[in-house]
Design a protein around this ligand. Structure first.
Ligand code: COA
Length: 351
């Protein structure tokens, strides 16, 4: 719209002023609601702390109790189950509240709030994290194949620099996921910290005979790891989407069982590839170990040998621990379903 003279301009301005007043009120409402949300969040955090404190006292007292009669034992068992359910619900509530950053994030990002309060946004962030890893592993695959068949120093240095950046970025993204309630194990985060150091040391390994002895093995290792990362992506993506679907539907008994059987199939396919990768890491550590006595050896070789061995050990132990953990989860779920069926049957009989 054009304003031809000063009067129409003034009229237009007055008209806009009315709309501005509405906007001003809207913004006031918004700020008041924001303040209210902040207060509610603070109250919830306090109440959750209070609940945890009292639940802790009750469960400690329960442990000290010497239940003589069978009836008391049954009551204590029932109470313990209720306490566990309450603790689970409190954790769920915490996921919808902002959390302070850990030390690593505080150092890197400062005190900025990285809490994602909405379930859908959390899902999207995790999905994006998995896709980021996939894209980088495809790039890693292409670069390591090219490096395997060519000998261009700039290209191999670019590849190593990319690895430093990639693992460093992963540590930041994983710390954000952790703040937002991910159950990612400490070792996988440590693994990515160590991988950042490994890539950094590889980057400054001088261009020497020892490097050229190790180079083809290292590039082959990366080709293999990229393939394993693709398989991991397929598995994690499957878990993520199935868990999301489970959260949206409520027919828990049937769908959780379906999920477990899918997960076991996925794991039994993935695990042999993972363990082969760990053996490859051990082989890297061994090859580097034999190079330590080479007359052109530099300090990078012994450091890398040790780091590859640590990666092999940590990965093997952690992945081996996943299997009994999953079996326990399956067993717990089976008992929960059995208990709820029993109480449902009791209810039906008493009706
Ligand atoms: N990197 C990042 N996150 C991981 C992870 C990994 N290696 N392993 C598990 N997680 C995450 C899961 O996505 C899940 O996140 P959520 O709480 O946000 O949903 C959480 O940690 C708990 O996962 P968990 O139930 O313990 O295991 P899982 O079924 O998701 O995966 C494995 C089990 C064994 C398949 C998986 O840990 C894995 O792929 N490990 C191998 C990694 C590896 O060895 N890499 C090097 C290759 S040589």
């Amino acid at each position: 719209m054009d304003y031809d003279d000063i009067t129409t301009c003034e009229d237009g301005w007055q008209e806009l002023l009315k709309e501005y007043k509405v906007l001003e009120n809207l913004n006031k409402d918004y700020l008041a609601k924001l303040e209210e949300v902040g207060e509610l969040q603070g109250k919830c955090v306090k109440e959750i702390e209070h609940q945890r404190y009292r639940v802790g006292i009750i469960s400690q007292s329960l442990k000290k109790l010497k239940n003589s009669s069978e009836e008391d034992k049954q009551k204590a068992k029932k109470l313990t189950n209720e306490i566990n359910r309450r603790l689970h619900n409190l954790t769920e509530m915490e996921h919808s509240l902002p959390k302070p950053n850990g030390t690593y994030l505080k150092i890197i990002l400062g005190n900025v709030n990285v809490s994602i309060l909405n379930k859908n946004d959390k899902f999207r962030y995790k999905d994006e994290y998995e896709k980021f890893k996939l894209v980088l592993s495809v790039i890693g695959f292409i670069l390591s194949v090219i490096n395997l068949f060519t000998n261009i120093r700039v290209l191999e240095l670019s590849f190593m620099f990319l690895l430093v950046w990639y693992y460093c970025t992963l540590t930041i993204r994983e710390s954000i996921l952790k703040v937002n309630g991910s159950r990612i194990k400490g070792w996988w985060r440590a693994h990515h910290f160590i991988s950042t150091v490994v890539s950094g040391v590889l980057l400054i390994w001088p261009n020497s005979t020892t490097w050229y002895i190790f180079r083809p093995q290292f590039m082959t290792f990366n080709v293999y790891i990229s393939i394993v990362q693709y398989l991991q992506f397929r598995y994690q993506q499957g878990v993520l989407y199935r868990l999301k679907a489970l959260g949206e539907r409520h027919n828990m008994d049937i769908t959780i069982e379906g999920f477990h059987s899918w997960m076991w199939r996925g794991l039994s396919f993935l695990l042999p590839f993972l363990f082969a990768g760990y053996v490859f890491q051990l082989y890297n550590a061994y090859t580097l170990y034999t190079l330590i006595s080479h007359h052109e050896a530099t300090w990078q070789i012994s450091v890398l040998s040790l780091l590859f061995f640590v990666l092999f050990l940590g990965n093997t132990v952690t992945t081996c621990m996943v299997i009994p953990q999953k079996l326990r989860e399956k067993y717990d779920h089976y008992h929960k379903v059995e208990d709820s069926n029993k109480s449902r049957n009791k209810g039906e009989h008493s009706d």
